[in-house]
Design a protein around this ligand. Structure first.
Ligand code: OGA
Ligand code: NI
Length: 310
């Protein structure tokens, strides 16, 4: 289904409403080309430059969305086999990720972003601002659809805006590697820019996987688990995975929206949605506690929600 809605945001919605593509969304095609170029240049910087952003510890820690977090580079390529979540199969991860917070775009935060490539700060700053506006709009529309105040996500819940620049280098044998094993994202929404395919989403109805075809200038929106909680189970989280390819490096840029996890942010089904016939499916929980489970328990797609199910 494809339709146009206000402000020229075009949504292409796949059946389950767990992932959709947003086109004509206020981030121009030129800017998208600049973003991909600057990200490609970033990964081509000499190793000494990239190592400034790698962690010291041998064990790579997981992403911890945090407003004060410095940019970090997570190198997983040829790193070590990891369990493949549910399937318990070992695969080699074939992916590097450079991550940092992008909003609020305070001067002191931007000064921790890379100085090289030369245009990184300008291009990424412009892009994250454009995506921020689009995602607020998408979240507003979701609120409208659910019957919530349109600013439900506008404050504490969407405080963290996090950028993930993923590089999936071309791989001699894609059958033994994974870009990302099947998973659900932990926050509310991930707006993803992908130039090449390789992203697959699982249909809720029949469990079949399908490739999300890249459309130039479209952003793919993937629902995260917290959206499921706020909507009291109405909006499902999108199960997705990324394959590798043997032909070309693939770059994707994810923009995550999550609640602030450094304070007492409480997540719970939106009160306006609850009634005798729609009782809460989840109890209230602290976002910090939830994230700890999210990063450590991969036994099921939605393992992090299990302790809170009613
Ligand atoms: C992610 C993710 C998909 C992609 O970063 O959580 O699923 O295409 N990325 O890189
Ligand atoms: Ni994901």
């Amino acid at each position: 289904m494809c339709f146009m809605i206000r402000d020229c945001i075009g949504l292409i919605i796949y059946g389950d409403f767990r992932e959709m593509k947003v086109i004509n969304q206020g981030v121009s095609q030129e800017l998208i080309a600049d973003v991909l170029k600057v990200c490609e240049e970033f990964y081509k910087l000499p190793m000494e430059e990239l190592e400034k952003y790698t962690e010291e510890e041998e064990e790579l820690s997981e992403f911890e969305p945090n407003l004060d977090q410095k940019p970090k580079l997570f190198i997983e390529k040829e790193y070590r086999p990891k369990k493949n979540g549910k399937n318990d199969k070992e695969v080699i991860f074939w992916k590097d990720t450079f991550a940092h917070c992008t909003h609020p775009t305070k001067e002191d935060r931007i000064s921790s972003w890379p100085e090289k490539p030369k245009k990184y700060r300008e291009v990424i700053g412009k892009y994250s601002e454009g995506v921020r506006k689009t995602r607020l709009k998408v979240l507003e529309l979701m609120c409208e659809g659910l019957g919530l105040q349109k600013d439900h996500f506008a404050y504490e819940l969407s405080q963290i805006k996090y950028l993930l620049i993923n590089l999936y280098p071309k791989c001699p044998d894609p059958t033994v590697t994974a870009g990302a094993v099947e998973h659900t994202d932990g926050g509310f929404i991930n707006m993803l820019l992908q130039e090449l395919g390789e992203l697959h989403v699982r249909r809720q109805k029949n469990g079949q996987w399908f490739a999300v075809e890249p459309i130039p200038s479209a952003l793919v929106c993937i629902n995260g688990m917290l959206l499921k909680v706020i909507s009291n189970g109405k909006l499902e989280s999108g199960i997705h995975r990324v394959a590798t390819n043997s032909v070309r490096d693939r770059i994707s840029v994810g923009c995550l929206t999550s609640p602030a996890c450094n304070g007492e942010c409480i997540i719970e089904p939106a009160k306006e949605l609850l009634s005798e016939t729609n009782p809460p499916k989840y109890k209230s929980f602290s976002c910090t506690e939830y994230l700890k489970i999210f990063f450590t328990d991969i036994s099921e797609f939605e393992a992090a929600l299990n302790p809170y199910k009613l």
